[in-house]
Design a protein around this ligand. Structure first.
Ligand code: COA
Length: 374
């Protein structure tokens, strides 16, 4: 998080239509762009904030200031969060930061407005403890000022005392439920202990303060296409009641397997499946991906190595932590010996132990901080 500079104005304008999802059509789009002239990025920067990902892409912004005329009031003029990051506390994080700054400058109240019909904004502000000010009419049961910003420009106005406690970030000790969605490696095939890497990983939550429920949803022989098709139906019932539902993905080896006629899923389709799955899941859940491992067939391993790199790019582009395991396991005796002594594709207990040791540190970091680069 940093303060914006004048050059950031065009970057913010460039994302607004997408981030507001075309709210109120062309008229809404024009209104919004006119509400953020360059002056906000020149003269209000030290009380405004911008959040970027590690690669510099914009993740969120808040334009706010201390009132010139009423110095006890801090005003939030505009806030937006990348839809891929909604409902992960990013907006609340920006507000908490702004409230701290405003309180340190002697403000007692925060104020802002939003348009009637912006239900996410209404829920967000009331969720953060803002009260809706009385208006001169009601729309959908909410008090509204009809011509607040000019004829035909109604607004809902909010006020919040800064002396009200700022709600802390979600507590670290909490009920976290994770679906592990994948193939036979996810299911732990070949491991006589029955633990596989998922069972071993689940045992590594000590000292995180979390109570983990791990659902192993590995199915032998599943490709990315089959996993994409079943993820909603299988994961959402397991996670819908969870205060923190998460998803771990791992697939790819079956895609790169010949079925007599060709590859079960060509690489470009496999990558498209991952991208589509992430597009569906990310607005709802934090996701972590474990890359496909080697599986004892030299030709398939070469294809899996190439797919591993492409998966890593897709995850980087969508801000999903990706744990590559292929290169680390390729020449690992415990992995290869297990495959040779077993069914020719799956490792035994020592191999899964080795795989777990690669995943465990990033897994523990992700458990504590599902949005790693904020
Ligand atoms: C409004 C907005 C900034 C919220 O950002 P966010 O990062 O998704 O919000 P948070 O994750 O911090 O949400 C904090 C709380 O607000 C409430 N909330 C936020 N979005 C909500 C929604 N769509 N529905 C219901 N409640 C919501 C919840 O109580 C949430 O806590 P919870 O997830 O633990 O239940 C975001 O939806 C956005 O950018 N919308 C488009 C731009 C916009 O409308 N800006 C505001 C008007 S200028």
């Amino acid at each position: 998080m940093r303060h914006p500079t004048p050059d950031d104005q065009r970057r913010v304008l460039a994302v607004m239509d997408a981030w507001w999802a075309g709210f109120q059509g062309d008229a809404g789009s024009l209104q919004r762009s006119l509400l953020l002239p360059r002056l906000y990025f020149q003269h209000f920067t030290d009380s405004s904030f911008l959040v970027e990902r590690d690669d510099g892409r914009l993740a969120a912004f808040l334009i706010g200031f201390v009132s010139q005329s009423q110095p006890e009031i801090a005003y939030i003029h505009f806030v937006g969060v990348d839809p891929l990051l909604h409902r992960r506390g990013v907006g609340a994080l920006l507000y908490r930061r702004f409230f701290r700054l405003a309180a340190a400058r002697g403000c007692r109240q925060a104020r802002c407005v939003t348009s009637p019909g912006n239900t996410a904004s209404l829920a967000f502000h009331t969720g953060l403890g803002f009260q809706v000010d009385p208006g001169d009419t009601t729309i959908d049961g909410v008090a509204v000022h009809r011509d607040y910003d000019g004829p035909g420009l109604p607004r809902i106005a909010f006020t919040r005392m800064l002396t009200d406690p700022i709600s802390p970030p979600p507590p670290a000790t909490t009920d976290v439920r994770v679906c592990f969605l994948g193939d036979s490696f996810t299911a732990g095939v070949g491991d006589p202990t029955g633990l596989g890497w998922v069972g071993r990983l689940a045992a590594h939550t000590e000292n995180t303060g979390l109570q983990l429920t791990a659902y192993n949803l590995g199915i032998r022989g599943n490709t990315s296409a089959q996993i994409r098709a079943r993820w909603r139906q299988e994961c959402l019932p397991r996670l819908s009641a969870a205060p923190q539902g998460r998803l771990v993905l791992s697939f790819g080896v079956n895609d790169m397997t010949h079925d007599g006629q060709g590859l079960r899923v060509p690489p470009e389709q496999s990558v498209a499946n991952l991208r589509a799955l992430l597009t569906e899941a990310l607005p709802i859940l934090p996701v972590l991906m474990v890359g496909p491992p080697p599986s004892g067939d030299p030709g398939r391993d070469d294809r899996v190595a190439a797919l591993d790199e492409q998966y890593a790019h897709v995850c980087a582009a969508t801000n999903v932590p990706y744990i590559p395991v292929f290169a680390a396991l390729k020449d690992q005796p415990s992995w290869q010996q297990g495959i040779a002594a077993g069914d020719g594709a799956h490792p035994a207990a020592a191999g899964y132990e080795q795989l777990t040791s690669i995943i465990v540190d990033p897994w523990r970091r992700w458990l504590s901080h599902p949005i790693q680069d904020l």
